[in-house]
Design a binder for this molecule. Structure first.
Ligand SMILES: CC(C)(COP(=O)(O)OP(=O)(O)OC[C@H]1O[C@@H](n2cnc3c(N)ncnc32)[C@H](O)[C@@H]1OP(=O)(O)O)[C@@H](O)C(=O)NCCC(=O)NCCS
Length: 179
């Protein structure tokens, strides 16, 4: 099992999950708005879903961390890298509770996860996808310096609809040169 890090940004602390987080997590992650633009967040989201998630988050190929506020320690969302060590690549994913949208928190957290992935985990490439109907996520990925790599047409099925999946990625050498 790989130790999970605690990462700091100016406004945020990204820290490992524990079972004690479930009560605060459920109302945040459980809204339809959060589920609507994510692939793996169930809706309705139950306590069992949260327990299964926190158990999966202990696995060595998952770097899934709670996004919390420095100011009062409150959870506001989640962020993670799913590692594929064989390829030295990782998939980035994130979500925020609705009251915390539109304040730059996702970009701030994701920027730090990229740094961690490249500088401390030695990744060669980090990529992310978003549903076409979620342009805010595409904007975040561009702000991180990721390159648009194309649209996988109707690649995914969400709530009985086939949806386009937009792919973005960044290589280690591009990350370094973007500093
Ligand atoms: C997507 C999500 C993470 C964005 O979080 P956030 O903290 O509000 O994002 P940020 O404030 O860091 O950045 C959002 C950017 O998108 C822009 N944006 C917001 N809505 C937009 C829209 N409809 N079209 C285009 N850009 C949009 C914002 O203006 C901002 O860009 P700017 O800084 O250049 O102004 C959040 O809405 C969320 O958790 N949604 C549900 C889960 C989800 O979709 N996760 C991502 C799955 S790929």
């Amino acid at each position: 099992m790989t130790a999970k890090p605690t990462l700091e940004t100016p406004r945020l602390r990204l820290r490992p999950y524990s079972a004690a987080d479930i009560a605060e997590l459920l109302p945040l992650v459980g809204t339809r708005e959060v589920a609507a633009t994510t692939l793996r967040i169930a809706h309705p989201y139950t306590e069992n879903d949260a327990r299964a998630f926190i158990s999966l988050a202990q696995e060595s190929d998952k770097m899934w961390l709670a996004i919390t506020l420095h100011s009062d320690g409150r959870q506001i969302g989640g962020i993670g890298l799913r590692l594929e060590p064989q390829h030295q690549h990782a998939e980035l994913g994130y979500w925020l509770g609705v009251p915390y949208w539109g304040q730059g928190y996702a970009t701030e957290a994701a920027h730090e996860m990229l740094r961690y992935g490249f500088e401390e985990l030695g990744m060669h490439r980090i990529f992310a996808t978003h549903f076409k109907h979620n342009p805010a996520s595409g904007r975040i990925l561009k702000k991180l310096g990721m390159r648009y790599e194309g649209c996988q047409r109707e690649h995914l099925r969400k709530w009985d609809q086939f949806v386009d999946s937009e792919l973005y990625g960044i290589l280690r050498r591009e990350w370094k040169s973007s500093d």
